[in-house]
Design a protein around this ligand. Sequence first.
Ligand SMILES: [Zn+2]
Ligand SMILES: [Zn+2]
Length: 395
Amino acid sequence: MEDDYYKILGIEKNATESEVKKAYYKKAKLFHPDRHRNSNNTTEVEEKFKQVSEAYEVLSNVDKRQLYDQYGKAGLDQSHQAGFNPFDHLSSMFNMQRQSRPQKTEDIHLSLNVTLKELYDGCTKSVTYKRLVKCIKCQARGTTKDMDTTCKTCQGRGQIMQKQQQGFMIVQNIIACPHCQGTGDTIKPKDCCQACKGKKYKPQEETWQVDVEPGMMDHHAITRYGGADEHVKLSPGDVIVILNCLKHDLYQRIGNDLVFQLTITLYQAVSGKGIELIHLNGDCLNLQYPNVIQSHTIKKLSGYGMTILNQPDCFGDLYIQFELVIDLTPCQRQKVIELLTLAQPLELITPDTARKPANNTLMLEHVDTLPSTPSQGSYHSDDDGFTTQTQCAQQ
Ligand SMILES: [Zn+2]
Ligand SMILES: [Zn+2]
C-alpha cells in the first residue's frame, strides 16, 4: 500500500491548494464506494478511497500539511486521526449531507467581490483575515514555567456542574468554571508567559490566495479547511469565502448562459450586417442574420455563454436581446420616406383598404414603461362565479 500522501493523490510536493483539491476530486470520484457497489473488489476500492480522503484531509489543511512535510505521519495529531471520517470533506464537495465532524473551532466566513469576467476566466484573489494561533513561546500553556496550571475547581475541564433548587426539584446545570473562566487552568500574573501575557493565543493576520475557478457561480463557497482559530483541545475550523459577483454593465448571467442587450440601427436591423459586440473573453464578435431583425427579438449564439465549472472547454449559450433605435438625420429621414413611398404607395400601407378612411389624426405620446399589473380592485366576482374584468370598456 502506498504511504506517501502526495503520491496517493498523484501530485508534487509543491502542489497548490487548488491542485490538491482537483487531484482529490478526481481520485475520490474514481474510488467512491457508491460507484463500485456491484464490483468484486469492494474492499480494495474502499481502502483506496479511505487513503485518498485521508491524504486530502491532511494536505488540504495548512497546519497539518506543514506538520506532515516536517515529521511525516508521526507528526500528525493521533487524537485527530481517531475522529477522522473519510466522507467528511467529500460530502461538502459533492453537496451531500454532512456527517458529524470532530469538534472544531468556529468557522470564519468571508465575502469576496468578483467581476463577471473574473468568473468567466477564473482568477486568483488575495484575501486577508485574522485568526488566533497558539503562542509559540509557551506552546499555548500560558506560562513558560514548568508548573502544574490545572484549575483545582474544575480539574482542568473548564466546566462545573451547578445544582439549583427549583421548587421541589434540584436542577443540574453545566456552567463555565468561574474560577478559571472556563479555560481549565489558573496562572498567577507573575507566572504568565511574556509573549502572550498568559492568553495562550495571539491574533495573526493570514493571507489566502483564493483560487476562483472559471465558471463558478455567484455565492459559490470556497473552503480553506483548518484555516480558522487554533485551539489546544479543538481542531481548527474552516475559513469559508463566499463569492459575490458584481453587476456587469452589459452582460447578465442566467446559469451558464449570458444575456446581452444590444441596440441596433435601422441599417443593421434591415441588412442584418455590421452588428458587433465585445464578448466577455475580449473578442470582438461580428454577427450576421439573414433576415430583418425586429426590435425586442432574441437571437442565440450557441457556445458563447459562460465557462462551465470543471469543464474549462465547455460554454453555455449567449442570448442577444435586440433593441432597434432609429436615429436619422432629417435628410436621411426624407430619403427613407421617399424610398418607402415609391416601393409601397401610401394607401396600401393601411392594412384594410375596405375600411373607411380615417378622418382625424391622433398624436402618439411617449411613455417609458408599460402600465403595471392591474390591482385586485379592478376585478370583481359575479354571482354566477365567473370573474370578469370591469375595465373592459365598450368601444
Ligand atoms: Zn505564551
Ligand atoms: Zn476551572
